[in-house]
Design a protein around this ligand. Sequence first.
Ligand SMILES: [Zn+2]
Length: 330
Amino acid sequence: MKHKIMLSFLLLSILSFPESHSVASSTAISEKEMLEKRLELFKNMETAVQLPWYYLAAADQYERSIRQARNDVESVKGNISIHIKPAQWSGALNPNQEDTNPYSISVFNGIGKDGNGDHVADLTSDEDLLFTFANFLLAYGSDEDNIRIGLWNFYKRDKAVGIIMGNAKLFKKFNRIDLQEKAFPVPVKTNYTYRSTWGVARGWGGRRSHEGTDIFAHYSLPVRATCYGIVEMKGWNKYGGWRIGIRDINNTYHYFAHLNGFKDGIKVGDIVKPGQVIGGVGSTGYGPPGTSGKFPPHLHFGMYKDNGKIEWSFDPTPHLRAWERKELSK
Ligand SMILES: [Zn+2]
C-alpha cells in the first residue's frame, strides 16, 4: 500500500510540478503564483494520500500566520510553512539529526518521509514535508474527529486545533486559499467618524487601556464582517456589551463591541464573508446584560494577533483606513 501511494505521488510530482523547488526559491514569483502552486501541492497530496486538501492547507496557513507573528523562528525557504523539528524528523535517538535517508530515519522512529520519489527525505522539501505531515495525521485516521486527534498530537495545543479546523472549514466552503479580502466594518459613504484612539486610557472598569478604534455612528447602522472568517465568540460582556469576535485565516481576531443586537441566526462557528452584516451599531455595555445608553452609540472595533503562545491587541486604525480607501475607490 505504501509503495502504491508513493508511486502515484511520484507520478503526480513529475506530471504536475517538475520545477516546484526552483519556483519556490525564486524571488521573482508573485504572491498569486505562490498561492496557485501551493493549492496545487495540497490537491496533489490529497490525490496521493486520500486526505482532504483543506486540512493540509489549514495547518500550513496556521503555521504561516504564527511565523509572521514571531521573530524567534527562522523564515521558511519553500512554499509550505509546516515545520517539523529535526529530532522529530530523523528520530530522537538518531545520531545523525540531519538524516535524509528514509530507511535509517524509520529505524530510529523518525517521521520524515520521501514524498517526491527522489529517495531522500528532505526536511526542506515542500513535497517531503507535506507528505510526512499528511502521513502523521493519517496514522490517526482521516475523518474529522481523528484529524482533530492527529492535530492535537502534532501541535499539543487546543487553540491550534481550533484555529486549524476553522481554516479548514473556510477553505472547504470557498474551495480556494486566497481569502484575504477585507471590508470596512460599517457601510462606507454613510455617516460615521473615527480617529485613532487605540491605547488611550479609558474611564470605566478600572485601569484598562483602549484596545481598539471607536467608530461613532447612529444607532442600528449595519455592522459588517471585516474578513473571511469564523465566528468564534458571541454574547454579553460588562465592558463590551453585546459583542462578537471573528477569526480570519491569518489568525487575526476581529472584535466588534457595543452592538445593539446581532443579525438573526448568526452563531458561533458560522462562516462569514467580508461585508456580511453581523449586527448593528449600539451603545450596550458598562453594566449587567442589556445595559445601554451610557455613552454615545459607536462600534468598538479591535484586532488581536496570536503567535501560538500569547494573544495581543494592535492598533486597527491603519487597517480601517486602508479598507475604507479600497471600498471608496470601487
Ligand atoms: Zn472603544
